[in-house]
Design a protein around this ligand. Structure first.
Ligand code: CA
Length: 401
């Protein structure tokens, strides 16, 4: 959960701002100002002194805040990386490992295990990727420089309060550049609003307690209006000459109306008419997969305010329940790659003498530059995007080297 609609990996290539001595000085002045505000936020002077005294700013986060990606991730790339066979297998293993906890969470909050595990998988790859930036450093920097300082000051003081109340170990409080942390990447204010102590140790620990983190996710979704036992929605097929102007998540109609308009389920089963309203989602326009999305999709959407993000969780949850990939193809002749395939792209580029940095499956700035060089050599448009076509050409180039 980050307060902007950017895929996490697109942020890795943000330019770092140069660090100036005057930034250092104005940071010190700003911390003094924040110190003066601590009492208003019910932070004890000793807490402020212990955890904020002597902090150095991390100006890289300001670059990340202002970074506008010129590289737009197509929805098929986004989903191919987030919902791949590896994540489905990992998610199923986690659902088995945490089965008892997930059952208890469902009983208490009414959110099913597959949905909770899907959020976990998309947010932090099941706890493997929390982000490494010390939260107070990022939030103090964002409180003192750049846009949205008021917003980040609130998050900064809330993070201090979380430490003061002893919910998480201070040295463990690291996360994304924007201050999201733990298994389910809550911002501090989200923590304050919905985090719960599910393992009963008196602390709401989203970093070192999987039960607390998963139950907090379920509580978030319940607060966002989750309808127990209802699906998020389903893939549909549109009739010929369908009026695409009817699409839109918030452009809701009764399911019976969609049926009357000729919309059918992609798997051939009947749409139960019911009274629930649904929006029609066309993530890649009329020629790509289409979905009717219900109230639970809106609950997923509220986690990160991006339809592509909500669709990734929704689809991963279906796959965890044994569901199939989407039936319709994305409108491209160059589909996206799984993380395993992205690692293969990096390994092949590296073998062919290109510099990609670490082969971590994240196609960041260096990987894209290497892809561009390779594309130029192949006489392709050097857009830096690695899809199926680039992977196949790399395999061929490697075999013929
Ligand atoms: Ca706890």
């Amino acid at each position: 959960m980050i307060p902007r609609r950017l895929p996490a990996w697109s942020l890795l290539c943000a330019a770092l701002l140069p660090f100036h001595a005057d930034a250092q000085e104005s940071f010190a002045d700003c911390l003094e100002q924040l110190r003066g505000m601590a009492a208003t936020h019910e932070i004890a002077p000793a807490t402020f002194e212990q955890h904020v005294g002597g902090l150095e700013p991390d100006m890289a986060v300001i670059g990340l805040l202002d970074y506008q990606p010129e590289f737009r991730t197509p929805i098929w790339d986004y989903l191919a990386g987030l919902v791949d066979d590896e994540r489905v297998a990992d998610g199923r293993a986690m659902a088995v490992q945490w089965a008892g906890t997930l059952q208890d969470i469902e009983a208490r909050y009414g959110v099913d295990p597959a949905t909770v595990v899907a959020v976990w998988g998309v947010e932090s790859n099941f706890g493997r990727n929390f982000g490494k930036r010390p939260l107070l450093v990022s939030l103090a920097t964002l409180s003192c420089f750049g846009r949205r300082q008021d917003f980040f000051r609130g998050e900064f003081f809330t993070a201090l309060k979380i430490i003061e109340d002893g919910h998480v170990a201070p040295q463990r409080l690291a996360g994304s550049w924007a201050g999201a942390f733990g298994h389910t990447q809550f911002m501090p204010s989200t923590f304050r609003r919905v985090a719960v102590d599910f393992d009963g140790d008196g602390r709401r620990d989203l970093i070192d307690s999987v039960p607390d983190a998963l139950a907090s996710t379920a509580n978030f979704l319940r607060e966002a209006g989750w309808q127990t036992g209802r699906p998020w929605g389903f893939e549909v097929v549109l009739p010929p000459d369908f009026n695409a102007a009817l699409a839109g998540r918030r452009n809701k109609r009764a399911l019976a109306e969609w049926v009357a308009l000729g919309v059918r389920r992609a798997d051939g089963s009947a749409i139960e008419p019911g009274t629930e309203a649904a929006g029609l989602l066309l993530p890649a326009g009329e020629r790509g997969p289409a979905f009717l999305v219900l109230r639970n999709f809106d609950a997923l959407y509220s986690y990160n305010a991006a339809e592509s993000y909500a669709l990734a969780i929704a689809h991963l949850s279906d796959r965890l329940r044994g569901g199939e990939p989407f039936r319709a193809s994305w409108p491209t002749d160059d589909p996206g790659l799984s993380r395993a395939e992205r690692r293969e792209v990096q390994a092949l580029l590296s073998q062919l003498g290109y510099d990609v940095g670490e082969a971590d499956g994240v196609l960041g700035a260096r990987s894209r530059e290497a892809v561009q060089q390779f594309q130029r050599g192949q006489g392709l448009e050097p857009d830096g995007r690695a899809g199926r076509r680039v992977l196949e050409l790399l395999r061929k180039a490697y075999a013929e080297r």
